[in-house]
Design a protein around this ligand. Structure first.
Ligand SMILES: *[C@@H]1O[C@H](CO)[C@@H](O)[C@H](O)[C@H]1NC(C)=O
Ligand SMILES: *[C@@H]1O[C@H](CO)[C@@H](O)[C@H](O)[C@H]1NC(C)=O
Ligand SMILES: *[C@@H]1O[C@H](CO)[C@@H](O)[C@H](O)[C@H]1NC(C)=O
Ligand SMILES: *[C@@H]1O[C@H](CO)[C@@H](O)[C@H](O)[C@H]1NC(C)=O
Ligand SMILES: *[C@@H]1O[C@H](CO)[C@@H](O)[C@H](O)[C@H]1NC(C)=O
Ligand SMILES: *[C@@H]1O[C@H](CO)[C@@H](O)[C@H](O)[C@H]1NC(C)=O
Ligand SMILES: *[C@@H]1O[C@H](CO)[C@@H](O)[C@H](O)[C@H]1NC(C)=O
Length: 417
């Protein structure tokens, strides 16, 4: 079963899966073991070809080059399946919405189910022009104007760069290609942190009409999870060595190494970890979980994980810490990395925050801190919070009841803003 996969995915602040609870971890199991429990899919998954087009939806593949040279794949489903009467589908009559995935996955996670289940399709059916981002380092976004992913310099980034380069490049592209319409933004997990970071620097506000944040992640220092804390500890204690690996492929050697180290720590009983996590996701089913495991999981940079670990261990949301005053001085002109001050986010930006009571990473103490920061002074008509007591991280993306409980209210919110 997906037990080792589960641990990895939790370590990497991603998702917790129910199959993990069934069995204890064995020291010789590898990440691939989990996936072998799933039936292979008959066709290779690519977002446009085997997802959108399989259901009759048109799908466009755009390439967007960031200021620092990464060539990102941006997909678009401009309207629903053509039925001859496309009178309502003239160019730019639909409002654009941009879906931004979380850590260690890519845009296909928005389309893994049927048109009635998956947010990407539901938005098309709701009348939106749907754009799907894929960040640097993921399968469809690994090209660069001068670097190859084999080159360590390709992996010299954390979410600071996703916020500073990928996000603006993609948003501007959507804006420019939809007749200059402001974009509704939907982020999950890390996809929320980057837009909050940008807003806190008063950037991108002219491109965004409203922002819906699924499992908002910002403050991480209050998490009570011993596993998250242990993983962060390991990354930081050994940052220099881990950084030497550059790419973090969840199916690769580095992931295995982290797993071994965490479970080799006598203070952490990997068996107990799984028991404690029993049923973190209330509403996944095997089909969608397998599709997700097999097709959505993607690489990130080790530096990104080190950055997130820094946030778990220290208060405040700061840029990547190069490890010493001199190196920080060189990069930032100050000895400590600059702060993203979320209190400075303008209070008029329409925002909807949806968070779960069982979320391992977007955990309650940290989320409450975020809500306190964002909601208190925000214009009341422009902020909404939806709390799902039973939901964990993955339920918001592939939960079978998310269309009714989460996506419905979200589409209503967009229609009001
Ligand atoms: C670890 O692996 C060895 C050899 O595969 C096995 O004999 C041992 O029982 C395993 N230990 C645990 C705790 O699973
Ligand atoms: C629908 O769109 C197609 C392709 O853009 C176009 O060829 C066709 O004439 C349109 N049909 C109607 C009824 O507007
Ligand atoms: C990554 O993309 C290539 C083609 O670009 C494809 O053959 C491969 O199956 C993809 N891998 C995954 C894990 O999706
Ligand atoms: C990657 O980008 C380079 C530079 O723009 C381009 O020449 C090359 O064809 C691209 N490779 C692929 C596989 O798209
Ligand atoms: C999982 O979802 C699919 C698609 O809606 C459904 O057919 C199936 O019955 C579900 N399985 C479980 C175990 O709920
Ligand atoms: C740091 O300050 C110097 C001098 O004021 C300036 O030339 C340089 O561009 C600054 N570097 C950064 C990264 O801000
Ligand atoms: C963050 O911004 C708020 C509002 O502008 C300000 O009151 C607060 O002092 C700032 N916090 C820090 C740590 O700079």
């Amino acid at each position: 079963m997906a037990r080792s996969f589960c641990l990895i995915s939790l370590l990497i602040l991603s998702l917790g899966f129910k199959p993990c609870t069934a069995l204890s971890w064995k020291n010789d199991s590898s990440v691939e073991d989990g996936i072998q429990a799933c039936d292979p899919y008959p066709h290779p998954f690519t977002l446009c070809k085997s997802e959108a087009e399989a259901f009759g939806y048109p799908c466009e593949d755009h390439k967007v080059t960031t200021e620092d040279g990464y060539i990102l794949s941006l997909k678009r489903i401009p309207h629903g399946p053509s039925n001859g009467d496309n009178s309502t589908d003239n160019e730019n009559t639909r409002q654009p919405v941009l879906l931004f995935h979380g850590l260690m996955v890519d845009g296909i996670s928005w389309l893994l189910g049927t048109p009635k289940q998956s947010l990407g399709f539901i938005l098309v059916e709701g009348g939106f022009d749907v754009w799907i981002a894929n960040t640097r380092g993921t399968n469809s976004s690994r090209n660069h104007t001068s670097l190859s992913p084999k080159n360590p310099a390709y992996w010299d980034w954390s979410w600071d760069e996703i916020a500073a380069y990928d996000l603006p490049a993609v948003l501007q592209f959507v804006y420019d290609h939809t007749g200059g319409q402001k974009v509704h933004y939907i982020g999950h997990s890390l996809g929320t942190l980057i837009i909050l970071a940008a807003f806190s620097e008063r950037k991108l506000l002219h491109l965004v009409r409203s922002a819906a944040l699924l499992c908002p992640i910002a403050y991480l220092d209050r998490t009570k999870s011993t596993l998250t804390r242990a993983a962060a500890q390991i990354f930081l204690a050994d940052a220099a060595r881990f950084l030497g690996w550059h790419e973090f492929n969840p199916f690769g050697l580095v992931a295995r190494e982290v797993l071994m180290t965490v479970c080799g720590n006598p203070a952490i009983d990997c068996h107990d970890v799984f028991s404690a996590l029993a049923g973190p996701d209330c509403c996944l089913n095997a089909t969608s979980t397998c599709a997700f495991l097999e097709h959505a999981i993607q690489s990130t940079s080790v530096r990104n994980l080190v950055h997130l670990s820094q946030m778990i261990r220290r208060k405040g949301i700061r840029r990547y810490d190069y490890g010493n005053a001199r190196a920080n001085m060189k990069h930032y002109n100050q000895t400590r990395p600059p702060l993203y001050n979320l209190s400075t986010i303008p209070t008029h930006v329409p925002m909807m925050l949806m968070h779960g009571g069982q979320d391992f990473l977007g955990d309650l103490p940290d989320t409450r801190h975020l809500l306190k920061t964002l909601v208190r002074n925000h214009e009341k008509d422009n902020i909404e919070v939806l709390y799902m007591p039973d939901y964990a991280h993955a339920d918001f993306v592939i939960g079978f009841n998310a269309p009714e409980l989460v996506y419905g209210p979200m589409v209503d919110f967009f229609q009001r803003h």
